[in-house]
Structures are given as structure tokens and as C-alpha cells.
Design a protein around this ligand. Structure first.
Ligand code: ATP
Ligand code: MG
Length: 177
């Protein structure tokens, strides 16, 4: 059975979903494959990968949506700002997916965007339907919807057994961000 492009989902409450997607990207760069990672929920502090992807350019591209359009967005920003960013991310994802320029497109934290009602699950199902056959599409974030799990080829649930946060250990540079 030849199926060139997979739909891959990393979900669950344990750590490692975004890391797994980045690991796959790192592997694919080794074959000069082209990868685009689009971040659906923008963090408020700088992540290590923002710097490291620069070393993996041009094969790996990171799109941080909303830069210079609503300014810094954080948890205190109104719902509409987050919604605007997520909708913009869907539009960018559509363009990237349909461009035919990539082997892998990663929609990082897209499951959270659905769960927070910033976008509708159908927006994502439509992206999946419209993807070129040979494109691998990776979706991360906990609370993956059953409709997405149904159409995926690979679903891994990261399950928390222990997390240092629970014993009061703060997020660490190079490990968590
Ligand atoms: P990572 O980016 O480390 O792979 P993730 O993508 O699985 O984590 P997210 O749900 O996107 O996790 O959350 C991002 C942040 O929350 C990271 O700093 C991560 O270390 C932290 N985190 C992930 N899982 C847990 C958990 N079970 N308890 C507390 N913090 C967590
Ligand atoms: Mg993540």
C-alpha cells in the first residue's frame, strides 16, 4: 500500500508533543526535505527553537503567526486577539500546505486552538482534506478531537507519568523552552 504523506497527531497530557515534531523535522532536514512549522498559540517568552531553526534554514522554516499585527499577545490579551491569530494561522497553513513546497508541515498547538474555540475543528479537517497526497501533516497539542484522530494515520498520546512542574520545579531553558 503506497501512501506517501501521513497525518500525524501528537496529543496527550505528557511533555514531548512539540519536541517530537521538532525531532522529526531535524531528521527530515538530514535528507534536505523541506519543513514548515506554524505555531498556532504564541508563547510570550523566546523559545530555543526560534534560534536553532535559523541554523537549519532554508530547509526548516518557522512561522510565528501574528508578529507585528496585534503586537505581543499573552494570556491577558482578549479572546478576539487570540482568535485573530489562530484564524491567520489557518490561512497561512492553507497556503503552505497547498504550495507543494514542503515535505512536512507542522501545525504546532493546533489542537489547543480548536479546544479554546479560536478555530473550528472543520477548519483543520478541511486543511487535511486539501493536502497534497505526498505531504506529511503533523498536528500537536493535547485534547485532539476524535474527528481528527479518525482521519489520522499516526496518533501518539504522550501520557504524563511524572512532570517536574508538579514538584514545583520551574520550566528549564533548553528542556522546556
Ligand atoms: P514540549 O514543548 O516540551 O515538547 P509539549 O508540546 O508536549 O511540550 P505543551 O502542552 O505544548 O507541551 O506545553 C508546553 C509547555 O508546557 C512546555 O514548557 C512543557 O514542558 C510544559 N508541559 C508539558 N507537559 C506538561 C505537564 N504534564 N505538566 C506541566 N507542564 C508541562
Ligand atoms: Mg507543545
Amino acid at each position: 500500500m503506497g501512501k506517501d504523506g501521513l497525518v500525524i497527531v501528537y496529543t496527550g497530557n505528557g511533555k514531548g508533543k512539540t519536541t517530537a515534531a521538532l525531532g522529526m523535522a531535524l531528521r527530515a532536514v538530514g535528507y534536505n526535505h523541506k519543513i514548515c512549522m506554524i505555531q498556532f498559540i504564541k508563547g510570550t517568552w523566546p523559545y530555543g527553537e526560534i534560534e536553532s531553526v535559523k541554523r537549519l534554514q532554508p530547509e526548516l522554516e518557522l512561522v510565528i503567526v501574528g508578529k507585528g499585527f496585534v503586537g505581543i499577545i499573552d494570556d491577558k490579551s482578549p479572546h478576539e486577539d487570540h482568535e485573530k491569530i489562530a484564524k491567520e494561522a489557518i490561512q497561512i497553513s492553507k497556503e503552505k500546505i497547498q504550495s507543494g513546497n514542503y515535505n512536512i508541515v507542522i501545525l504546532d498547538e493546533v489542537n489547543y486552538a480548536i479546544n479554546l474555540d479560536l478555530i473550528h475543528v472543520d477548519d483543520v479537517l478541511n486543511l487535511i482534506k486539501s493536502k497534497p497526497d505526498n505531504l506529511n501533516l503533523v498536528l500537536t497539542g493535547n485534547y485532539a478531537k476524535n474527528e481528527i484522530i479518525d482521519v489520522a494515520d499516526l496518533v501518539t498520546e504522550m501520557k504524563e507519568i511524572k512532570h517536574p512542574f508538579k514538584s514545583g520545579i520551574k520550566a528549564k531553558k533548553g528542556i522546556d523552552f
